[in-house]
Design a protein around this ligand. Structure first.
Ligand SMILES: Nc1ncnc2c1ncn2[C@@H]1O[C@H](COP(=O)(O)OP(=O)(O)O)[C@@H](O)[C@H]1O
Ligand SMILES: [Mg+2]
Length: 268
């Protein structure tokens, strides 16, 4: 008897990496987050936008375990999880790249990439292997870094951002959160970092891009989640939205009804 592999009727559903429901977080009397929902699928870039104080960084810190939430639920790849420390977050496969980057300026690119996760053979640092893997990773990311043995202080802002993002990939995460990765960059360097974000999507990562730059968000995101005063303020697919609509949702100028029309459909 022979078995035939069944032909799938449609492509498999994209993997639901993160599912946040009703996330709230207070700092004393301040409600930084109130009942926030967020979904992230593998292979998509979700932008989180909002005015100053909207709760973007707090949401990132909930996911990275820096400020665990007070109420609400988080599912990771379908399973309910608790993220009460940065170790929990990293163990799940969530990596965060903070705006301040936390690179060691005096160390070279290889040392920064492997900092804290150095490869060893027989108790010694395996510099050759680390350097080779660094090149491989940077090449995969089409990163423009001409030497991996220069101190990162000597690199441009865009290259430093590239190194910080590359470093976040060393542990093979599923989700990467980038806080304002282009805020300090000029036009050419911004383009470089946006390209890099596209490489992350191709690697089937879930990318959360926190940004106040609407043009960047429209250039690279699949979906835009608006936070306003700590709450969900609207959600759009990039293809369906104008910058006026996004700004309207950020400032609260558009009605809830119009903001609710375009809701998440993962890209396949
Ligand atoms: N560690 C903290 N202690 C007290 N209040 C905080 C803390 N972090 C953030 N907040 C407050 O929470 C709110 C949301 O802040 P934040 O998440 O930083 O917003 P965003 O990143 O969107 O600008 C603001 O009112 C902010 O002042
Ligand atoms: Mg912030």
């Amino acid at each position: 008897m022979t078995y035939r592999t069944p032909i799938p009727l449609r492509t498999p559903a994209p993997e639901h990496l993160l599912e946040l429901r009703g996330i709230s977080k207070r700092f004393g009397a301040i409600r930084a987050l109130e009942g926030v929902d967020l979904d992230v699928y593998a292979g998509e870039v979700v932008a989180i936008v909002g005015d100053n104080g909207a709760g973007k960084s707090t949401l990132m810190k909930v996911l990275s375990g820096v400020h665990p939430h007070d109420s609400g639920t988080i599912r990771f790849a379908g399973n309910p999880v608790t993220i009460s420390s940065p170790t929990d977050s990293r163990r799940l496969g969530i990596e965060s790249v903070y705006q301040e980057l936390s690179l060691c300026d005096n160390l070279d690119v290889v040392s920064n990439l492997w900092l804290g996760r150095e490869l060893r053979t027989g108790g010694r640092l395996d510099e050759v292997e680390m350097e080779q893997r660094s090149w491989m990773l940077l090449r995969e990311l089409s990163a423009r870094v001409s030497s991996v043995r220069v101190p990162v202080a000597a690199l441009s802002g865009g290259q430093r951002q590239t190194v910080a993002i590359a470093r976040s990939l060393i542990g093979n995460p599923r989700v990467v959160i980038l806080d304002e990765p282009t805020a300090a960059l000029g036009v050419a360097q911004t383009a470089e970092v946006l390209n890099l974000i596209e490489r992350l999507r191709e690697r089937r990562l879930g990318v959360i891009l926190i940004s106040h730059n609407i043009a960047d968000v429209q250039a690279v995101a699949d979906r835009i989640v608006v936070l306003r005063l700590g709450r969900n303020g609207g959600e759009f697919r990039v293809a369906d939205v104008t910058s006026e609509m996004i700004i309207g949702a950020i400032t609260g100028a558009t009605s809830v009804a119009s903001r609710r029309t375009a809701v998440a459909e993962p890209r396949t």
